[in-house]
Design a protein around this ligand. Structure first.
Ligand SMILES: [Zn+2]
Length: 269
């Protein structure tokens, strides 16, 4: 038997969603089959009425958003000691094309399997599977955010996640993100193919300094165990490209979370 899920202070939509999710589990008797639990569709979430303060209320699978002690994003303090040994290795190369999706929360570019882009985190390889954007930035440095943030999401052979975060600051002129942000589908759940080459190396600053810490997904279900690397120096995004993203997603950032007992390392070369 699973526990019934009860929390106060739901929006009407959330109550409807929780009722649908919780009823099968809570109305079953003692003879409920254990082998085939009812399928669980994650609750709808957003950055407004069902935003970050309420994510844990929306779905029992989102509880770690509120209760976890290794949540992301965080504020990064620039005045910490540089640690040369802890640098991750970034091995990126152009890909012929990407699939660009409006997933209802952001603009996301999916890369084909075996695309050859990877990072090495403490000698473990993680392959680049997708990248996406947030506006404004999710991580802050000394309390100050930037116009947007790019997340390059990598997965290891064992299924672990490592995310490389790049802070984006709006500037005049074009940027390496024009082909992706300019083509972003306006309709939710729409997908298009962006012909490349798309070169992730162009998305990175020349300054190699990296903040590293252990965190989580910044969207529900906020799963922990994510190895985070945030590059210290922002790169430019064209103001018009940021405006175009803002038309689709006026804001798509989770606020910074408590550091608790974690340590942030600043890795430099
Ligand atoms: Zn993200």
């Amino acid at each position: 038997m699973r526990k019934c899920f009860r929390r106060p202070h739901f929006t009407a939509a959330a109550v409807a969603a929780i009722a649908i999710l919780a009823l099968p589990a809570c109305s079953s008797g003692a003879n409920e089959p254990q082998a085939n639990p009812a399928p669980h569709t994650p609750a709808h979430w957003d950055y407004d009425a069902e935003g970050p303060d309420h994510w844990a209320d929306l779905d029992r699978d989102f509880l770690v958003c509120q209760r976890g002690h290794q949540q992301s994003p965080i504020d990064l303090a620039s005045r910490i000691r540089l640690s040369p040994r802890d640098h991750i290795t970034i091995e990126y190369a152009p890909v012929p094309s990407v699939e660009l999706v409006n997933n209802g929360h952001t603009v996301q570019a999916n890369l084909p399997a075996g695309n050859g882009n990877r990072i090495l985190v403490d000698a473990t390889p993680f392959e680049l599977v997708q990248f996406h954007f947030h506006l404004p930035s999710e991580h802050t440095v000394d309390g100050v955010g930037t116009t947007m943030e790019l997340h390059l999401v990598h997965k290891s052979a064992a299924g672990a996640l490592a995310v490389l975060g790049v802070l984006l600051q709006a500037r005049p002129g074009a940027s390496p993100f024009a082909a992706v942000l300019g083509a972003a589908p306006a309709q939710a759940e729409a997908a298009i193919t962006v012909a490349g080459p798309v070169d992730p190396r162009a998305f990175l600053p020349t300054d190699p300094d990296q903040f590293r810490y252990q965190g989580s997904l910044t969207t529900p279900p906020c799963s922990e165990g994510v190895s985070w690397t945030v590059l210290r120096t922002p790169v430019g995004v064209a103001a018009a490209e940021a405006d175009r993203y803002r038309e689709l997603f006026p804001h798509s950032n989770r606020p910074t979370q408590p550091l608790h007992e974690r340590t942030v390392t600043l890795a430099g070369k």
